[in-house]
Design a protein around this ligand. Structure first.
Ligand code: DQA
Length: 159
C-alpha cells in the first residue's frame, strides 16, 4: 500500500458520480487469442463489458482505454488530471519496465490500483519487478478478469 488516500465516496464532489479510468496496456487487446492457458479465453470486448456492468452496479462512470504504446498511456494518465477520481491500470509488459508510467501516475496524484490477470510474481523472474506497484494503493493479481472488478470496488470503498 502506498500513502495515497482513497475517497470512499461515489460522489466525490457531492454531485457528479465518481469517474474511474481503466487502462490496459500492450497485447491485452489480444485477450482470448493470446496464451489462453495463462490469460483465459475471455476476449477484451468481454472484459470491457464486465467492467462496464460492474461500474454501472457501483454507480460510477468508467472510461476504458487500451493501448500498445507507452507514451500514449502516459498521455492518457496526464489527461486524467483533475478529471478522474481513480485509475485502474494493467500496464501489462510495461509493468516490468516503465519508469515513465510510474512517474505519470505519481504526477497526477490520482489513487491508482494495479491489476494483473495472471500472477506475475509466480512466473518468470523478470516479471517479479513492478515499477507500478510502489505508486499504487493496492494490487489485484492472479484472479483473471475478477481483479478488475475488485479494483473498481476498492476505489469505491466497497470490498
Ligand atoms: C499481465 C502480466 C504481465 O507480465 C504481462 O506482460 C502481460 C499481462 C497480466 O495481466 O497478467 O502482458 O499484466
Amino acid at each position: 500500500m502506498s500513502g495515497q488516500s482513497i475517497n470512499n465516496n461515489n460522489f466525490p464532489d457531492g454531485g457528479s458520480p465518481m469517474k474511474i479510468l481503466v487502462i490496459n496496456g500492450p497485447n491485452l487487446n489480444m485477450l482470448g487469442i493470446r496464451e489462453p492457458e495463462i490469460y483465459g479465453t475471455g476476449t477484451y470486448a468481454e472484459l470491457e463489458a464486465l467492467i462496464r456492468a460492474e461500474a454501472a452496479r457501483l454507480g460510477v462512470e468508467a472510461e476504458l482505454f487500451q493501448s500498445n504504446h507507452e507514451g500514449t498511456i502516459v498521455d492518457v494518465i496526464q489527461s486524467a488530471y483533475r478529471r478522474i477520481n481513480g485509475i485502474v491500470i494493467n500496464p501489462a509488459a510495461y509493468t516490468h519496465t516503465s519508469v515513465a508510467i510510474a512517474d505519470a501516475l505519481k504526477s497526477v496524484g490520482i489513487p491508482a490500483v494495479e491489476v494483473h490477470i495472471s500472477d506475475p510474481d509466480t512466473r518468470e523472474e523478470f516479471r517479479r519487478v513492478s515499477y507500478i506497484r510502489p505508486v499504487c494503493a493496492a494490487t489485484f493479481k492472479g484472479m483473471g478478469f475478477e481483479g478488475y472488478l475488485r479494483a473498481l470496488r476498492f476505489l469505491c470503498g466497497r470490498y
